[in-house]
Design a protein around this ligand. Structure first.
Ligand SMILES: *Cc1c(COP(=O)(O)O)cnc(C)c1O
Length: 736
């Protein structure tokens, strides 16, 4: 894009237009008109909007920040107006990490909200603000993962605003959230409200993320502590309480801000205790103040049926650890006795009679249950046969403007066939017309080389940093290469590089391809070409088997290196986050995914690779069952275990099929290496890259996904918006 130059007067005028205020405070990045428009949708008496409830939201500013991009294109560096200077400075130089996510679920939430904003669908999100974010990961070669906690400063983060009390503009808005303890004593919790604005690329629409901050001095200490760190699992009570803080805060937050959404979307069941409050509200309307004494079992069921009409629920995993099961006694300490009555009726679990099952509650009380891929739909129906009727599939997606690297974006920008790809992912289908275009193929290969260089340079710098950290800290560098001398202890760009990064949990089988190192290095030695394996990911601090997998990966490094005579280098990058993800999915040559089928409900990192024209090598599971396209876009391996196999859902080590699936990988790996390395076959590799753009980019964008969700939302949208959504839906239907 050409750089225009703007006069100081122009710049100041543009900046002034980007500052908007209402009774809740000042907001930067949208006009007053846009601020009022979005707010009028969200507070309209018609309820024509959606409230999206999620335990985590991942939307770091270092991977996507359209307001900063706009400031840079204007050439703004500051302002003489102190207020404008304050905001411009935060956007240009402020912190860019918002560590309110742990992994795929949160990143999906962030990507979805960005697409809602792009498509102008009126949505407000509700989540918690975690003062200590999620844990940060250090890695030591002898210990493995070390959990570290780091503070972040929401006050300094550009897109975050602490709301003012409209009645008393000098103090922050603080809402009351009634809580109950043992013997039904009312305890008040208090939360301040932050808004993180997800502003779209045109800066003419946004989605506010309402983040409840229980860390205010008015809240009792036990409540404050429970909301400090995302997925705190120091005790079962802390875990249950954190979920309850999310659910209990939804209605008070909506009331305080006047948000009227008639549809609430639960992104996973974490916030489902909201349902208890909605049912209680109904019963109170119907039976009066004594509803707790008067309500019969039938009254509760009838109220639940009415509440269900307002709820859409997305279930994200068939894996047990993803479902909340809490001992009934714990809930006695954090819930009213009437809540417990509702739970006894709606959250029972026949296999675990001493617990409440919150997935069961969420399954029961909703008007639409969505699984996150076609295969996951089949699995979910098997797990919950009694609700099979209402279980549908909306396959996940990724926000393509977030995940496409700068170098790839430049290529896509250079071809008129792909014009407007940021707004309209359907144009990616035109990449088919470019399949034999020499210039396109060359540009694409060059961009790929650029992205690979960026990744390799980052890794080499990291190896050097770790080497010197050995002298200043007690941490032993996680990578064996940090112990070699400079020349040997680095990676070289251009060498075939496989990427693998995601949460470490046993069913994802991070170590699968290292099952037989002799077989793996045998292939590499045959080709006599260097191969890099780049790994990253965190294990939840209380997931011991997950942490053991990280250690196992570290322990493979030396053997792999030695048996391949230095050709195979296995790297672990600590502290996986969105910016590392973005660098990896664009900078590798193939993206590996090796879960046990059918336990990976969708997976999204492979889609991010696809957006960057990178082929996947994957088990036919989750989204890849839909994205594989008979090999046009990558490779498959592994045993296609039927979903009704007796061991299909088992995570027991004996049922994880390591032997079968690793052998299958080695077979396909040989073919992949040949295709990449052999000049006669290389063009097949590039064909696969381009097919990812033409086939997978349109389908697996969150634009298509939110268009499908909009059908479940009962919204009346302006015709221009409806037309656009109709177009995105025509690209792909998850339901077949
Ligand atoms: C995309 C992403 C994930 C999710 O990866 P999966 O393939 O779905 O497991 C996790 N963490 C981060 C930081 C991501 O960007």
């Amino acid at each position: 894009m050409k750089k225009k130059s703007y006069s100081l007067v122009d710049k100041d005028k543009a900046l002034r237009n980007m500052l908007a205020s209402n009774s809740l405070g000042d907001f930067f990045g949208v006009t007053k008109e846009t601020l009022d428009l979005v707010w009028s949708y969200l507070t309209s008496p018609s309820g024509n909007s959606v409230t999206y409830v999620s335990m985590e939201i991942g939307a770091d500013l270092d991977v996507y920040n359209p307001v900063k991009r706009h400031l840079l294109s204007l050439g703004v560096t500051g302002s003489t107006n102190p207020k404008l200077a304050y905001h411009a400075k935060r956007f240009l130089f402020g912190p860019e990490k918002i560590p309110n996510y742990s992994g795929g679920l949160g990143v999906l939430a962030g990507d979805s909200l960005k697409s809602f904003a792009d498509c102008k669908i009126p949505v407000a999100a509700i989540s918690l603000l975690y003062r200590k974010g999620y844990f940060s990961q250090l890695v030591d070669s002898k210990i493995g993962q070390i959990n570290w906690s780091s503070e972040w400063r929401p006050e300094e983060t550009a897109t975050l605003y602490l709301l003012k009390d409209p009645q008393e503009p000098d103090i922050p808005l603080e809402i009351e959230i009634p809580f109950f303890e043992l013997s039904d004593k009312v305890v008040m919790a208090y939360a301040r409200i932050w808004i993180n604005m997800e502003i779209n690329d045109n800066m003419d629409f946004f989605v506010p993320e309402i983040l409840l901050d229980y860390g205010t001095p008015s809240s009792p200490e036990w409540i404050r502590n429970a909301a400090q760190q995302l997925y705190d699992s120091s005790s079962e009570k802390a875990k249950a309480l954190q979920r309850r803080l999310l659910g209990a805060g939804v209605l008070p937050a909506m009331n305080a801000l006047g948000i009227t959404s008639r549809t609430i979307h639960l992104n996973e069941q974490h916030g489902v205790s909201l349902v208890l409050h909605m049912i209680a509200e109904r019963l109170k309307e119907q039976l009066g103040d004594d509803y707790q004494m008067l309500a019969s079992e039938a009254d509760i069921s009838a109220a639940a049926a009415i509440v269900a009409k307002h709820l859409v629920y997305t279930i994200h995993t068939p894996v047990k650890a993803g479902h909340d099961l809490f001992n009934r006694n714990i809930y006695k300490e954090i819930g009213h006795s009437f809540c417990q009555r509702i739970l006894l009726q709606l959250a029972d679990d026949q296999d675990n009679p001493a617990s409440f099952n919150f997935t069961n509650l969420a399954m029961r009380v909703n008007r639409a249950t969505n699984s996150v891929s076609r295969l996951h739909k089949e699995v979910t129906k098997r797990q919950f046969p009694q609700y099979a009727q209402k279980i549908t599939a909306i396959t996940n997606g990724v926000h393509h403007p977030t995940w496409i690297s700068d170098a790839k974006a430049e290529v896509y920008d250079s071809f008129p066939e792909l014009e407007n790809w940021r707004q309209d992912p359907s144009v990616f289908a035109n990449a088919e017309l470019l399949l034999h275009n020499k210039k396109f193929r060359t540009y694409l290969e060059e961009a790929w080389a650029t992205d690979n260089h960026i990744l390799i340079r980052y890794i080499n710098q990291m190896l050097i940093n770790h080497r010197s950290q050995k002298l200043t800290t007690w941490i032993d560098p996680p990578n064996f290469l940090s112990h070699l001398d400079d020349e040997q202890g680095m990676l070289y760009p251009g060498a075939f590089t496989i990427g693998f990064a995601r949460r470490f949990s046993t069913y994802k089988r991070a170590d699968l391809i290292f099952e037989d190192i002799d077989a793996l290095t045998g292939i590499i030695n045959e080709f006599q070409q260097p191969v890099n394996f780049v790994y990253a990911g965190k294990a939840h601090p209380s997931d011991e088997p997950g942490k053991a997998l990280i250690k196992l990966i570290l322990d493979c490094q030396v053997e792999l290196y030695e048996k391949s005579h230095g050709l195979a280098k296995l790297i672990f990058i600590p502290g996986y986050d969105m910016s590392i993800a973005k660098m990896m999915v664009a900078g590798v040559h193939a993206w590996l995914n090796s879960p046990k089928r059918p336990l990976e409900a969708s997976g999204t990192s492979g889609m991010k690779a696809a957006m960057n024209a990178i082929p996947n090598i994957s088990i036919i599971d989750g989204w890849w069952a839909e994205g594989y396209n008979d090999g046009l876009t990558g490779w498959k391996f592994g045993y296609e275990l039927p979903v009704d196999d007796i061991n299909a859902l088992s995570e027991h080590p004996n049922t994880l099929l390591y032997a079968e699936d690793s052998i299958s990988f080695y077979k396909v790996f040989k073919e992949i290496l040949a295709t990449f390395i052999n000049p006669d076959l290389r063009s097949n590799y590039i064909d696969k890259c381009i097919r990812n753009i033409s086939i997978n980019c349109p389908r697996f964008s969150t634009h298509r996904m939110v268009a499908e969700y909009a059908l479940r939302y009962d919204l009346e949208l302006p015709p221009s918006v409806e037309r656009k959504l109709e177009k995105f839906r025509s690209l792909y239907q998850s339901e077949i």
